[in-house]
Design a protein around this ligand. Structure first.
Ligand code: FNR
Length: 430
C-alpha cells in the first residue's frame, strides 16, 4: 500500500513534480498527452522508422478498432470510500510486481534511438517495471539483463525453423534471469504492411534487430558461406547505404561483410515457422522450466486450448494491429478469453495509451498489461528519460483513476467498475 500523503503515491507525486517544475516555466520532457506524444515522436523519427513503428497491417482497421473499443467502456466512479491508501501491486508467476504493467517486447529499437533496448532496460529497472526482451532486439539480452539489477525481465520467443537455436535462446534467457518465456504466435509470417512496403523497407535486411541472433553461438555456427539463393536482387540507388549498414553491424558482432550478408539472408530464410502448432507448445514444456506465456491469443477457444495444454498464461494481443487488418479489437476479445482461461492469468495489450486504458483492461479481467508504442515514442524523443516519463505518466494516471473511482487496489477493479457505452459512444481515436 502507498499512503496518499505528500509524495508517496505515484499519481500525486508525478502531478506535483510537473506542476511545481512548471511554476518555474519548465515543461515535461515528453508530452503527457498520448496524441501529442505520438505526433512529436513521429516528427523526430526518420520516415522509415515512423512507418515501421507507427504503421500497421492493411488499412490499419485493427489499430483503429483497438482504440475504438476503449471508448465503448466507461467508468462508474463511487464516492465517499476512503481511498487514501492504495496498492497497485499484482502477483505474476511467483513475483510481486509493483504495478500491473510490463513493457512489451518491441523489436529494432535502434531505429529510434542509438541506445535502443539498453535505454529501455535502464528505464524499466529505474521505475521497477518489468520488461519483455524482444527476440528482434537491437541489444543482446545479456547486456540488457546486466543493466536491470533485480528488476523483472521476461524473454519473448519467435520460434525459428532451427530447434537447436530455439534451445540456445531459452538457455540464455534462463541464465539472464528471465522469469517467463513469452511465445509470440501472431507473427509466424510477417503481416502485409503498406507503409513499410511503400518505402521498400525491412530493417532486418539491413542487419538491424538481429542482436539475439548475431550474439548466439548456435546461430553463428549455422551462418552459411554464401547467402541462400532467392532469385531476388536488390535494385535502386541506395544499395551502398544498405551495404554500409550491414558492414557496421558485422563489425559490431565480429563478422566480415560477406558473413554478415549471409547472416541477414539466413535469418530471413529461417526466422519464421508457419507450421507452428499445439504439439510444439507441448514440446516447449520439456525445453524450459520457466513459465510459458502465449502471446497473440484472440479466440476464446484458443484460450481454452492454452489452458488444456498447461501453459502458464496468455496475452490477448493482436500485435498492435500490425498483422491482420480488420480483426476484432483485443479489448472486445478479452472477456471471452478470460472466461475460457479459468485460473490461468490473462494479460493484455494492443491499444493501451493511458493509465485509464490500463484500468479498463484490468476491470475486464486482465491480470496485467503490456505497454507498447508509447514507450517507444518516449525513447525516440528522450532516450531513457523519455521512457521513464512515459511509464511514470501511465502509472500516475492509473493510480489517480483508481482513487477517483473509489477503489483502493487493482484487485478491487472488476466488471462492476464499468458500463458498456454502446457502439455509438465516442471512439477515442488516438
Ligand atoms: C511490436 N511487437 C512485437 N511483439 C513481439 O512479440 N515481438 C517483437 O519483436 C515485436 N516488435 C514490435 C515492433 C514494433 C515497432 C511494434 C509497434 C510492436 C508487438 C508488441 O509487443 C505489442 O503487442 C504491441 O505493440 C501492442 O500494441 P500497441 O499498444 O503498441 O499499439
Amino acid at each position: 500500500m502507498t499512503q496518499d500523503t505528500g509524495a508517496a503515491a505515484p499519481g500525486r507525486r508525478r502531478q506535483m513534480e510537473v506542476y511545481v517544475a512548471g511554476a518555474g516555466g519548465a515543461r515535461p520532457t515528453v508530452p503527457v498527452s498520448a496524441a501529442r506524444l505520438e505526433a512529436r515522436a513521429a516528427n523526430a523519427m526518420t520516415p522509415e522508422a515512423a512507418a515501421y513503428v507507427i504503421g500497421g497491417a492493411g488499412l490499419e482497421a485493427s489499430m483503429a478498432a483497438n482504440r475504438a473499443a476503449f471508448g465503448r467502456h466507461r467508468f462508474v466512479p463511487r464516492v465517499l470510500r476512503d481511498v487514501s491508501a492504495r496498492d497497485l501491486g499484482v502477483d505474476l508467476f511467483g513475483r510481486r510486481h509493483r504495478a500491473p504493467l510490463l513493457l512489451a517486447p518491441i523489436g529494432v529499437l535502434e531505429l529510434v534511438h542509438r541506445q535502443a533496448d539498453l535505454a529501455v532496460a535502464r528505464a524499466a529497472a529505474a521505475e521497477d517495471i518489468g520488461l519483455v526482451f524482444s527476440n528482434q532486439a537491437s541489444v543482446a539480452m545479456e547486456d540488457c539483463a546486466a543493466a536491470m539489477g533485480t528488476a523483472p525481465r521476461w524473454f519473448q520467443l519467435y520460434w525459428s525453423r532451427d530447434d537447436a537455436f530455439v534451445r540456445s535462446l531459452l538457455a540464455r534467457a534462463e541464465k539472464a534471469g528471465c522469469e517467463a518465456i513469452v511465445v509470440t504466435l501472431d507473427t509466424t509470417l510477417l503481416g502485409w504492411r503498406p507503409r513499410d512496403l511503400d518505402l521498400g523497407y525491412l530493417p532486418f535486411l539491413r542487419g538491424m534487430g538481429l542482436a539475439q541472433y548475431l550474439s548466439d553461438p548456435v546461430f553463428r555456427s549455422k551462418i552459411p558461406a554464401r547467402p541462400p539463393e532467392t532469385g531476388i536482387r536488390p535494385r535502386g540507388a541506395k544499395l551502398l547505404a544498405t551495404a554500409y549498414s550491414l558492414h557496421r553491424k558485422g563489425r559490431e558482432f565480429g563478422l566480415s561483410m560477406a558473413r554478415m550478408r549471409a547472416a541477414a539472408a539466413y535469418f530471413t530464410a529461417t526466422y519464421s515457422r508457419p507450421d507452428l502448432n499445439w504439439t510444439d507448445i507441448a514440446r516447449l514444456r520439456a525445453m524450459t522450466s520457466l513459465p510459458i506465456v502465449l502471446k497473440g491469443v484472440r479466440h476464446a477457444d484458443d484460450a481454452r486450448l492454452a489452458r488444456e495444454h498447461g501453459v502458464d498464461g496468455i496475452v490477448v494481443s493482436n500485435h498492435g494491429g500490425r498483422q491482420v487488418d480488420g480483426e476484432t479489437a483485443t479489448l472486445d476479445a478479452l472477456p471471452g478469453a478470460v472466461a475460457a482461461a479459468g485460473d490461468m492469468p490473462v494479460l493484455f495489450d494492443s491499444g493501451i495509451r493511458t493509465g485509464a486504458d490500463v484500468a479498463k483492461a484490468l476491470a475486464l479481467g486482465a491480470r496485467a498489461v503490456f505497454l507498447g508504442r508509447p514507450y517507444v515514442y518516449g525513447l525516440a524523443l528522450a532516450g531513457e528519460t523519455g521512457v521513464r516519463e512515459v511509464i511514470g505518466n501511465i502509472l500516475a494516471e492509473l493510480d489517480l483513476t483508481l482513487a477517483l473511482c473509489g477503489l483502493d487496489s487493482i484487485a478491487a477493479l472488476g466488471p462492476a467498475s464499468l458500463v458498456a457505452n454502446g457502439p455509438t459512444g465516442r471512439t477515442d481515436p488516438i
